[in-house]
Design a protein. Structure first.
Length: 434
């Protein structure tokens, strides 16, 4: 089916991204334009200088890919014509609820005892802002767009469509892998989007991958695993992220920017505005001044040093506490600071729980792996687990949990010794090299 596009935007990842009149109205709202001021990979550009890209082009890319998937499903009579625009709008709007520094802001919200997430904020923005008016005038229910966008379906149809955006294998992941790989210069994100999308099949209301594209699917998951290791949880990238999170958490005690009541107050927050708010304030308190110091150190690329790191296997004595109880991390910081006889402000502990294989699609039951559609010689079809078909993907199953201790350069040696004393000397086989 041909959609009625009125313009196009040149994108380095997907070529020309077309848009409809309705999509143009949404794109031109201050809510979408705000995403130009929120970096996609907060802190990564200190390690990969090219990683200056923002949430805005990513949102356009997700809209574009959602449209491609929609066309494939439409050709299989799995969706209706009206669903094509619905899917694209949900993709375009899926990230509008991100706060400053993207996912780091969610870490700050959690530290400050807030229960709201970027999905909650996305839902509010779609349903309570000018976007709601734009969608409603064109015959689209903002609630339905929001439900599909954030993966909180209310009925069978929404549950089916939400797989495109929030299932294990989704257009959000496809775009950020290609885009982040391109802007960081890391080659691991090279995936065959065209083959993957064209081999999507619908079986029993589940979007699955045809076995003909199994090799491409294996490459996709291996690439994502490698990108997490090389980019998202690279220890220097995480150093910058840890410093930003610590600075924002300390400053929020006095500026209260996480306590917004109105959605318009939230929309005032972006990478630049929140940084300037902190640096320009004249609050005379040790913790606040340290928050300002961290931001100034980041400006000069003076980063906290990783002085200790180890994998957290399930038999690690601190595994359950560090992974499942964030408050325990604070006690770890205090203990290490006490051993080192320094201020806890100079230390950070980072626990990175990385889903190496995001294999649970939105429509599957708990524990069910990403489905692959297999046809037998007699023509019968069935859904099979990716892990049963691919030993390579099976070997990547589960989580890579990593604990790291960071310290400012002037105290790194003392903190390194204190961390070893607290955790115990990490065996060579458990040390992380990336």
């Amino acid at each position: 089916m041909e959609m009625r596009y009125v313009g196009e935007i040149k994108d380095p990842i997907h070529g020309f991204v077309n848009f409809t009149t309705l999509e143009q109205k949404v794109i031109d709202t201050p809510i979408l334009q705000r995403l130009r001021r929120i970096k996609q990979l907060a802190g990564a550009f200190y390690t990969y200088p090219g990683a200056e890209h923002t949430r805005f082009p990513h949102s356009l890319g997700v809209m574009h890919l959602a449209g491609l998937v929609g066309q494939v499903l439409f050709s299989q009579e799995a969706v209706e014509e009206i669903d094509l625009e619905l899917i694209r709008l949900a993709g375009l709007l899926h990230d509008v609820g991100h706060g400053p520094f993207s996912h780091i802001f969610e870490d700050v919200l959690e530290r400050r005892g807030k229960t709201i997430t970027h999905e909650d904020l996305t839902e509010r923005l779609i349903k309570e802002s000018v976007i709601s008016d734009i969608l409603s005038k064109e015959g689209f229910d903002p609630s339905v767009v929001a439900n599909i966008s954030i993966g909180r379906p209310r009925n069978k149809k929404e549950r089916f469509l939400s797989q495109i955006l929030t299932g294990s294998f989704n257009v959000d992941i496809m775009d950020y892998m290609k885009r982040d790989s391109y802007y960081t210069g890391v080659e691991y994100g090279s995936i065959d989007i065209e083959r993957l999308v064209s081999n999507l099949r619908v079986y029993e209301n589940i979007i699955a991958m045809d076995k003909a594209a199994l090799y491409s699917l294996e490459s996709f998951y291996i690439a994502r695993y490698m990108l997490f290791k090389a980019v998202y949880f690279h220890r220097t990238v995480r150093s910058a992220a840890v410093m930003i999170a610590k600075a924002l958490s300390l400053a929020d005690e006095y500026l209260h920017f996480t306590s917004f009541k109105e959605i318009d107050d939230f929309l005032m927050l972006d990478d630049r505005s929140i940084t300037e708010m902190i640096l320009r304030s004249e609050i005379d308190h040790q913790d606040f001044k340290f928050a300002q110091k961290l931001l100034r150190l980041l400006d000069d690329r003076i980063l906290m040093k990783c002085v200790f790191e180890t994998f957290l296997h399930h038999d690690h004595p601190f595994y359950s506490k560090l992974i499942l109880k964030p408050k325990f991390i604070e006690s770890v910081v205090e203990s290490i600071a006490e051993y080192a006889d320094i201020d806890p402000l100079l230390i950070a502990v980072d626990v990175s729980s990385v889903p190496s294989m995001p294999y649970k699609p939105a429509s599957s039951k708990e524990g069910k792996a990403l489905p692959v559609l297999v046809s037998s010689l007699d023509g019968k079809k069935e859904l099979r687990s990716l892990f049963n078909l691919s030993p390579m993907c099976s070997s990547l199953r589960g989580f890579v949990d990593i604990a790291r201790v960071y310290a400012l350069p002037e105290v790194k040696d003392r903190v390194a010794q204190a961390a070893k004393r607290f955790f115990g000397e990490a065996p060579t086989s458990l040390k992380v090299s990336y």
